[in-house]
Design a protein around this ligand. Structure first.
Ligand SMILES: NC(=O)c1ccc[n+]([C@@H]2O[C@H](COP(=O)([O-])OP(=O)(O)OC[C@H]3O[C@@H](n4cnc5c(N)ncnc54)[C@H](OP(=O)(O)O)[C@@H]3O)[C@@H](O)[C@H]2O)c1
Length: 286
């Protein structure tokens, strides 16, 4: 693969996109069209934009990332989360650009086995968002075998001026402390939670990955309640005052979407590295 110099970032105004722009703007020429300038669900628009711009790489972050919204609007989710990936994959293959895009750990949300999950475990997602991300992974690799899908975890950051920030783990927590309203966290859920700074720091190494699907974020062996309780302790708080164990949620079956980072770590010769969720939360506080 030739050196990557010019990168098209879709979804550059979004939570991940705005921080990716900040991290990549030194060292790369970035193309950051707005939704209006480049509608990724429009195949002709995508083809003509990439034909003219000829990026070396495409970081495709435009999507509908709200799982609840996707559940209620499956057609819109299909357009934004499957069709867009197909459009970018076709154009990347046609014009010789490296495609890297964000899938999600939600592809594992039907898994019940414990432990950190590798990419080749059998998956059976239980919601539209997870099913659409999985379908997009399959379509992308059919259309553009060199494309790279990154199964990202739930990410967090504080609000930043000029950047979109969704509610996330640390903001929910801070609001709970300020309002004096304890939060419930599931004891039967296991998931990685990753600081966005660690995500965007690792993105440059993903352009050198061979085509495929890769987990991409923090490993976490603790359940979500234990994770939240430890985050309270890290802030010098008594967990019992702010974190309530929710033993009912996921009562029907354990929900484990915790990822193993072995594949991306090895495929990048150790360059792709994430602290664990608890290490990342500790570093974020300090
Ligand atoms: N946030 C997380 O914790 C998380 C976790 C796992 C995976 N992911 C994945 O990471 C990626 C980025 O997520 P995010 O949280 O940054 O999402 P986000 O904040 O909701 O941003 C989505 C971006 O996509 C753009 N967009 C939506 N539809 C478009 C279209 N048809 N054409 C062009 N642009 C369009 C939006 O622009 P407008 O607002 O102008 O429409 C916005 O810039 C997504 O693939 C998401 O599924 C996110």
């Amino acid at each position: 693969m030739d050196a990557i110099r010019k990168i098209l970032i879709t979804g550059a105004s979004g939570f991940v996109g705005s921080r990716a722009v900040e991290a990549l703007q030194t060292g790369y020429e970035l193309l950051t069209p707005s939704h209006k300038e480049l509608d990724v669900t429009d195949a002709a628009n995508v083809d003509s934009y990439i034909a003219a711009a000829r990026p070396d790489a495409i970081l495709h972050l435009a999507a509908i990332s709200d799982t609840g919204y996707c559940e209620e609007h499956p057609d819109e989710s299909y357009q934004a989360n499957v069709l867009s990936v197909e459009n970018l994959a076709m154009a990347a293959e046609k014009y010789g650009a490296k495609l890297v895009w964000f899938s999600s750990d939600q592809v594992y949300n039907g898994n019940i086995e414990l432990g950190l999950l590798p990419e080749d475990v059998t998956v059976s997602p239980e919601n539209h968002y997870g099913r659409h991300k999985l379908l997009a992974e399959q379509r992308a690799l059919e259309l553009c075998p060199g494309s790279v899908a990154l199964r990202a975890t739930w990410m967090f950051d504080a609000e930043r001026p000029g950047m979109r920030t969704h509610r996330n783990f640390v903001i929910n927590f801070r609001n709970a402390i300020e309002n004096g309203t304890p939060l419930r966290f599931a004891t039967r859920e296991f998931r990685g939670i990753t600081w966005i700074g660690d995500v965007v720091r690792n993105i440059p190494f993903t352009f050198d990955l061979p085509g495929g699907v890769y987990n991409f974020g923090a490993e976490n062996t603790f359940n979500t309640y234990e994770t939240a309780a430890e985050y309270a302790r890290l802030q010098g708080l008594d967990p019992d005052t702010i974190v309530i164990p929710d033993t009912v949620r996921f009562a029907e079956h354990i929900r484990n979407i915790s990822i193993s980072m072995d594949k991306a770590h090895k495929a990048s010769n150790g360059k792709i590295n994430f602290p664990t969720t608890l290490e990342g939360l500790a570093a974020y506080i300090s």
